[in-house]
Ligand binder design. Structure first.
Ligand SMILES: [Zn+2]
Length: 57
């Protein structure tokens, strides 16, 4: 079963970044280093606003 990708806007610097919904590792903002995704073993906890959901096909 494939997961989804999300476009997440960083709450600190408004950088938009694509994050895998089931990220297995912590994902940090490429610009300021703010943590955007925290792995849980399933769906990652996303910080910041999801501006777009990109369904995997
Ligand atoms: Zn940032």
């Amino acid at each position: 079963m494939a997961g989804s990708f999300y476009r997440v806007e960083c709450p600190d610097c408004e950088n938009e970044q694509i994050v895998f919904g089931k990220a297995a590792t912590t994902v940090n903002c490429a610009v300021c280093g703010h943590q955007l995704a925290q792995p849980t073993g399933g769906e990652a906890i996303l910080e910041g606003e999801v501006t777009e959901t990109v369904e995997a096909r």
